[in-house]
Design a protein around this ligand. Structure first.
Ligand SMILES: Nc1ncnc2c1ncn2[C@@H]1O[C@H](COP(=O)(O)OP(=O)(O)O)[C@@H](O)[C@H]1O
Ligand SMILES: [Mg+2]
Length: 425
């Protein structure tokens, strides 16, 4: 613990326990001063110190910068952060953000003074991008990586530009996966298939090098929050947005299906909300991870809340499995909850297979659509065209039409934040 840090009781709650673990990580690397860590982290000493204060859950970006500066494992810490964040968001109003520092202030006071836990940063949403740190690559094929967008289960995602200046999201596969020959083989096949997907609600796959030492995949950058981020920070979507959301994702899945691909990993971080509608990412490529040695030895990639029963039971995920997870995604977008609840993985997986979905809080007309998608029997689920038609009919509109105000103001403001952040890169 730092000289000035107030003692923490790790049993006091998940936020305190998380802060305690962050402090222990710092202790494990010889207790560097926050000022020293700030030089590597791209955050000020006071921001880093506040992250371990236990006053609130720090933003993911701040945590990953702290952890990166201490040489910790980003993937492991992100998983921990997500678990705590899920608990915190269940126990607080959806609109209250986590502890976070505005991007502009991140390194402003890097030399500003000693560890000072009392200086708590301003509350804002998550920063959209993180500066590259020493552990980040600088290049993927011909593309210069500008900032980090996210750390996901399969790898890290960076922002780059095409030679003529359009933004790209470049995913660089985790080294452990990249070393696995079977993973690489599948990844190549899946990326080839994903490149055949063309649609207005899917992010186009534009380039890839699956044979590179660090395999990568470039898709069109979508300026907007993921559904996960949108719902956690601004709350669930109202019904007028939900019809457009559900039909848009269903249409995206149709494009995926038309290329002979099963998405297999539909979940709130794989759907982004843009000014002109939802955008599906990461189609088909989760299968490659399933083939890897890591997955076979028990490291699961994917989240139990968004698996179809037949997939849980070891069967192949099919087009109908994507319809099931579409149902789960609709429930999440509409309520902020998943239809089979939280808890340890086995309990969730049991409920996915055996128990009816919890559809409480869903607008009545949407309940029947979600329930149909969430049918345990794959062959009884509707096809995607029927889902789209049901959304159109139930919405009361003769035709569905996405306009720039398809989301409530709070969520539109989140999109604007992403657009503004992109302009600053
Ligand atoms: N094409 C894209 N445009 C904008 N953001 C993207 C794009 N692709 C990925 N991202 C961002 O990266 C995040 C994590 O991506 P990913 O590596 O797929 O992790 P996960 O396994 O959690 O889905 C997404 O939720 C999104 O915020
Ligand atoms: Mg993803």
């Amino acid at each position: 613990m730092g000289r000035h840090e107030r003692p923490l009781d790790p049993d006091a709650g998940p936020v305190e326990a998380f802060a305690h673990a962050l402090r222990e990580l710092r202790v494990a690397v010889g207790m560097p001063r926050y000022r020293e860590l700030a030089r590597k982290a791209g955050y000020s000493a006071s921001a880093l110190s506040a992250a371990a204060s236990g006053a609130a859950l720090p933003s993911l970006d701040l945590v990953l910068s702290y952890v990166g500066a201490c040489g910790g494992d980003a993937v492991e810490w992100e998983a921990q952060w997500r678990a705590v964040s899920a608990v915190v968001s269940r126990s607080r109003p959806a609109s209250r953000p986590v502890l976070s520092v505005p991007h502009d202030q991140q390194s402003a006071d890097a030399a500003a003074g000693p560890d000072s836990p009392d200086r708590v940063p301003v509350l804002t949403g998550e920063p959209v991008f993180q500066n590259l740190t020493a552990g980040d690559p600088r290049q993927a094929g011909p593309y210069r990586l500008r900032v980090r967008i996210a750390v996901g289960s399969m790898g890290r995602v960076y922002l780059a530009y095409t030679p003529a200046g359009r933004p790209l999201a470049i995913k660089i596969v985790r080294p452990e996966l990249a070393e696995d020959a079977e993973f690489r083989q599948r990844f190549r096949r899946e990326v080839d298939a994903a490149r055949q997907v063309h649609g207005l609600f899917t992010a186009q796959v534009l380039d890839a090098d699956t044979a590179a030492p660090h395999p990568w995949l470039a898709t069109a950058y979508v300026a907007g929050p993921s559904v996960q981020e949108a719902v956690t920070e601004c709350g669930p979507l109202p019904s007028r947005s939900l019809w457009l959301f559900a039909a848009g994702v269903a249409e995206a899945l149709q494009s995926v299906q038309a290329a002979g691909v099963v998405h297999r990993d539909l979940k709130p971080t794989n759907v982004l909300l843009a000014a002109d509608g939802p955008r599906l990412i990461d189609f088909g490529i989760a299968r490659a991870s399933d083939a890897s040695r890591l997955t076979r030895t028990g490291i699961r990639i994917g989240s139990p809340q968004f698996m179809a029963p037949e997939h849980v039971l070891g069967g192949e995920a099919s087009l109908a499995s994507d319809v099931f997870t579409l149902g789960a995604l609709i429930v999440f977008a509409a309520t902020g909850r998943t239809p089979f609840g939280d808890g340890v993985d086995v309990a969730v997986l049991y409920r996915v297979v055996h128990e009816p979905p919890d559809l409480a809080g869903l607008p009545e007309d949407l309940q029947s659509i979600a329930a149909a998608c969430l049918n345990k029997k794959a062959h009884q689920r509707p096809d995607l065209a029927s889902v789209i038609k049901a959304c159109r009919v139930q919405s009361g509109f003769t035709s569905l039409k996405i306009s720039s105000n398809w989301l409530p103001d709070s969520h539109t403001a989140q999109i604007h934040r992403h657009v503004a952040a992109l302009q600053r890169v």
